[in-house]
Every structure is written in C-alpha cells, then in structure tokens.
Design a protein around this ligand. Structure first.
Ligand SMILES: *Cc1c(COP(=O)(O)O)cnc(C)c1O
Length: 353
C-alpha cells in the first residue's frame, strides 16, 4: 500500500460548472486551463470541458499537446509568444495568441507575410500588467491590417477588481470607448466579471476559477453561485495519540493543549501543496466530520484534533478540501485564495479521475 494522499478530480462537476457558465451568457466560452488547469490536470480537464468554445493557457507546448490530442476548439496563448521561434507554431497548430507588447509586434513584423494568424490584441485599461496603452492602438491596428498573415483580431482586456462592487466601471468605460472605434470581437470577463457584470460579456468570456467550483468572491460561496467542487484532496490518519494538558504539538510548539486531548497525524504536508501557513483551527474533515488542524504544518504531515471523534483511528479518511469542505474556506483560514491552493497541488500527489 502506498502513501494514502490523493487528489480526485470530479469530471462531471467540471461539466456541470461549464453548463452553469453557459446559462449565464450568450458569449462564447474560453475555458481557462492555465497552470495545469489550476492544478487539476490538463488533458482530462480539457476533455471534461469539451463543450467549451476555446481553451486558454500559457505554455505553447501544452497548446500543441491539446491540438495533437485532437481538440478542435480555439486555443489561445494568454501571454502570446515568448520568442520568435514560437511564431511558426502558431500557424502550424492553428493557435491564437495574445499580442500585448511592442516587442511581440516586432516579432510579428519579422514573421513571413503568409500563413494565417489569429491574434488577441490586449489593451491596458487600468490593470497595468500586460497590454498596449489605449493611445497606441490605432497605430497597432493599422500595422495588423497591413500584415498579410493576420487573419482576425479580437480586442481584449483584463480587470483588476471584478470581484468587488463597482470594480469594473473605469476599465469597462475605457474599453468600450476604444472598442467603439474598432469593429472587432471583444473579450473582457474573467469569472468574477462573468458572474457579476453581464455588460462585460462581449463576444468571449474567459472563466477560470468558477469552472473548478470555487468562488471568485470573498463574500459569496461557490455553493451559493451554484458551482460544484471539482478537486477533493484526501488522505488518512497514520498515527493517533493522547496528549496531556500543557503538551505542545509539532515544530515550534505552536499549539499547546489546555486539557487532555486525542490527536491524529495526517499524511499530508506542505510538500503536497497544503499551505504551511495554515494556522491551528483550519477546518478539516475526518470521517466526514469537521474538526481542526493543530500546530504547524510539516513537510509531509499535519496534526488534527480528534478529541470529539472517538471513532477516528489510523486509516480514517481525511478530507483536506473538496466535497463538503470548500477549498475557499481552507484558503480563507490560510489567508490566501483558492487559486493558490489548487495550483500548488504538488506533482507527488497522485491524481485520479
Ligand atoms: C487567469 C485568467 C483568467 C481567468 O480568471 P479567473 O479569475 O480564474 O476566472 C481570465 N483572463 C485572463 C487574461 C487570465 O489570465
């Protein structure tokens, strides 16, 4: 028998979440599967999201893998090409690429004027990360129009604050002003904008986190949004002991018992992707019942309180997140967001579908 930790991916939940997106919008759906599909695994995730109109990711090697696996949808490189040597692959594998910076425009300019390129022109409307400045757009557009290899152009932007009330107003206004001058398809919305601001839907929405069954909002749960959890990270208790009042647990002795307690050790640690900075009290399920972590998370183990769970023992199932324990709750306790926990799932954790 091997170490009992595993991540199970519920493919039907992925499908259902995509269906939920479909009901929210008439725009085409670009399923964001960057970072190994937010830690869920690239190919089986794309398979489950087969009904999407497109897939967005970063790595051109992964994009090629998708094409070679037979996916016919639009495949978009969210940061475009990183070097001129990638340019020929765009046409060869029919990959769409974001064009966000003058240095990419220079690569395009040097590229032979044949083939058939689909570009997503990114404009900076206030995120100040990637994208051309609005005033640069007319010149860029005319350069693209002149380039014989450019087949079509989609205008896109990305929001910095779509998860808060009123958070898209300034950027949306800037984008709409620009888009009015150029007649082309538009793409703006991440999950938060898709859920909260229908005016941002445009021609393509770009949901990521909601497909994985997690909420982009601090104040609204995934369940309330009708989303189903996709990843369940589970393991087992591998040791149980009683400790006396005054004893401490784990490195640094961060947790000190104020009474006699029964504690269990779970085969899951930060080398599996569980956040090391999750404090005592972070929720965890043992035999389906909610309890809490105790003390510092170690590399391969963490401790949990079994004082109220007399039936729990070595071999008891432990859910770190997923199912009845939303990853958003664990993330909140660890002062981070579900994105980080899901993406950090370590390569050593076996993934089952
Ligand atoms: C990651 C990403 C998304 C998806 O964001 P979610 O918050 O996960 O929905 C959309 N657009 C771009 C450009 C991204 O980088």
């Amino acid at each position: 028998m091997s170490r009992p930790i595993q991540a199970r991916i519920d493919l039907s939940a992925l499908e259902r979440n995509l269906h939920t997106v479909r009901r929210l919008t008439r725009a085409r759906i670009m399923a964001v599967i960057k970072a190994n599909a937010y830690g869920h695994g690239l190919l089986h995730t794309a398979e489950a999201l087969q009904a999407a109109d497109g897939f967005a990711l970063l790595n051109i090697g992964d994009a090629v893998r998708l094409r070679e696996a037979g996916f016919r949808q639009t495949i978009l490189l969210l940061e475009g090409v990183f070097g001129a040597e990638e340019m020929p692959l765009l046409a060869e594998y029919d990959l769409a690429a974001v064009l966000h910076s003058p240095h990419q425009l220079a690569m395009l300019d040097a590229y032979p004027r044949r083939g058939s390129l689909s570009l997503w022109l990114k404009v900076n409307t206030g995120m100040n990360r990637l994208g051309f400045e609005p005033q640069a757009l007319p010149a860029v557009m005319s350069q693209l129009k002149e380039h014989a290899a450019v087949r079509d152009v989609t205008l896109m932007t990305h929001f910095a604050n779509a998860d808060i009330a009123g958070g898209v107003a300034v950027q949306l206004e800037r984008f709409n002003t620009l888009a009015a001058a150029f007649n082309m398809p538009r793409s703006l919305a991440n999950s938060a904008a898709l859920l909260r601001y229908p005016a941002t839907h445009g021609d393509w929405v770009r949901p990521g986190i909601m497909l994985y069954g997690s909420s982009p909002f601090a104040e609204t749960s995934a369940r309330d949004l009708g989303l189903r959890p996709v990843m369940t990270l589970s393991s087992e208790i591998i040791s149980v002991r009683d400790i006396q009042s005054g004893e401490t647990v784990g490195y640094g002795g961060l947790f000190r018992a104020d009474r006699r307690m029964r504690i269990g050790v779970v085969a899951c640690g930060y080398a599996d992707g569980y956040p090391r900075h999750a404090p005592t009290g972070t929720p965890v399920l043992v035999n389906g019942q909610r309890t809490r972590t105790l003390g510092r998370v170690s590399m391969d183990m963490l401790s949990v309180d079994l004082s109220a769970l007399p039936d729990a023992d070595v071999g008891s199932r432990v859910v770190l997140w997923g199912g009845e324990l939303p990853v958003d709750e664990v993330a909140r306790s660890a002062e981070t967001i579900s994105y980080e926990l899901l993406c950090a799932l370590a390569a050593r954790v076996p993934v089952t579908v």
